[in-house]
Design a protein around this ligand. Structure first.
Ligand code: ADP
Length: 448
């Protein structure tokens, strides 16, 4: 017990003892010790009950507790209750201030924020931006069902996915469909979700401008390049011996520029599309073409192997898939030193999908570079890449083509041992193989 409490107790007991002592003296004086003692004890008991009642009333009435005056045990209790009350009130005020500050911050956010009840899928709270971006009105839409209120946004299936809901990158706003929104669902507690919407119209417009710019520049460069290339082709280096190295270099660079422009145009074309034609892609002739291309590119310097274990076809765009696979195969040849091996393998996956992998025994890629390989113009070693005549756009094209087929590119590589680039297709992209007289046998092995 703290010393001041102990002192209060002692004082209370001393007062009781004093009272009882006085009662005995008065009793002795009037010859009625028993009665006087009993009356005094009853008086003390009544006073204690009165103090107890005061405490109970004070606690139930939730009134402001008066600071205690005096020094007995009851006054000490009053003092403690007063101190607790002051502390609780201060803490409450601090919490309320914090809550108000958080609400004010959330209310002032430029992004729309809507708190949604997970079970009922009704709005609990939303900020000012939710009115501008999503059309929610205060207080009318508090407690409104989100899916119904935010139509035509396709939220029903999205909300069911909950934690696994992928962000919606480009959705029209219910207020004005020219306004494009990026929507995210953040399940921040068991009972509540946060729906965050950001206006990305400007960003998408800039992105479109960038795409148009690249497409236009590439398109405009095409004609002058064709002319320069044509004239350079007409000049035979053998006719101008002193100019021979310069002419050869000019021809090489003009070819490289033409390839760059073609790749940029291909990329712009892919970026501007949401989907590709869905036709059967005959894989047997595709694999035969890839083999021929690899052999032509390698010119006998590598062992080329093509395995067809899948025995199925794909659904998608033959032309675009060929460009993607061909990019992987030429990269494998290009980044594998002479005497190396390049292996193309088409197989089924356990989930019913299919995978086309291109394995080489080449230089390999340091792990740190792998996540960035599909960025435009990203190169692991610029000197080796430029020497090899690459444009730095090949893997970007592959990624875009696969994206349009809901497929995925995986890259595994060990420096000095080689790399595996694999295109994974889902079961919905797999088709029974069409009979084709030109088909490859199940496994074709073409050695050097
Ligand atoms: P590039 O036209 O320069 O080959 P890509 O986009 O096709 O451009 O490839 C990007 C980079 O990835 C290349 O510059 C190269 O460094 C690396 N790369 C691609 N394929 C391979 C491979 N099979 N082995 C080693 N490195 C590779």
């Amino acid at each position: 017990m703290p010393p001041h409490l102990r002192a209060a107790w002692r004082r209370t007991l001393a007062v009781l003892a004093g009272l009882l002592g006085a009662a005995v003296l008065v009793g002795l004086a009037i010859g009625q010790v028993g009665w006087v003692l009993a009356i005094t004890a009853l008086g003390v008991l009544a006073w204690h009950y009165w103090r107890l009642r005061r405490v109970l009333l004070g606690l139930t009435a939730r009134r402001r507790w008066e600071p205690a005056r005096g020094s007995g045990a009851w006054n000490e209790l009053d003092h403690l209750l007063h101190r607790n009350q002051v502390e609780i009130r201060a803490r409450k005020r601090r919490l309320l201030d914090m809550l108000r500050a958080y609400r004010a911050a959330a209310a002032a956010l430029p992004d729309a924020v809507v708190v949604v009840d997970r079970n009922t899928q009704r709005t609990i709270w939303f900020n000012r931006a939710a009115t501008d971006l999503l059309g929610l009105r205060h207080p009318h839409d508090l407690g409104a069902p989100v899916v119904e209120r935010l139509q035509p946004l396709p939220l029903a299936r999205w909300l069911v996915a909950g934690r696994n809901a992928e962000p919606m990158l480009d959705a029209p706003s219910p207020v004005d469909e020219r306004m494009r929104l990026n929507l995210r669902l953040i399940p921040y507690s068991e009972d509540y979700w946060l729906l965050v919407a950001r206006d990305v119209s400007k960003l998408l417009r800039l992105e479109q401008m960038r795409r148009d710019f690249v497409a236009n520049v590439s398109h405009e460069l095409r004609t002058p390049l064709t002319v320069v290339h044509g004239y350079l082709d007409m000049l035979d280096p053998a006719d101008f011996p002193p100019w021979q190295p310069m002419l050869a270099e000019m021809q090489k660079q003009s070819q490289r520029m033409t390839r760059l422009v073609e790749d940029l145009l291909a990329l712009s074309r892919l970026e501007s599309r949401d989907s590709l034609p869905e036709e059967p892609v005959a894989m047997a002739p595709m694999l035969a073409t890839l083999r021929r291309e690899a052999e032509a590119y390698s010119q006998g310097r590598h062992a080329i192997e093509v395995h067809d274990h899948a025995g199925c076809d794909l659904l998608g765009s033959t032309q675009e898939l060929h460009s993607a696979f061909s990019n992987l195969v030429t990269n494998a040849v290009r980044y594998t030193p002479a005497d190396g091996r390049v292996e193309v393998d088409f197989a089924r996956t356990p989930d019913g999908g299919a995978v086309l992998s291109v394995r080489d025994s080449g230089y390999g890629i340091p792990e740190a570079h792998i996540p960035r390989l599909t960025e435009r113009f990203y190169r692991v070693s610029s000197s080796r890449t430029r020497e090899s005549g690459g444009t730095g756009l090949g893997l970007s094209i592959v990624k875009h083509v696969l994206g349009l087929h809901q497929a995925r590119l995986s890259i595994e590589s060990t420096v000095g041992q080689g790399s595996v680039f694999a295109c994974h297709f889902g079961p919905e992209r797999v088709q029974a193989r069409q009979e084709d007289p030109l088909a490859l046998p199940a496994t074709e092995h073409v050695a050097r």
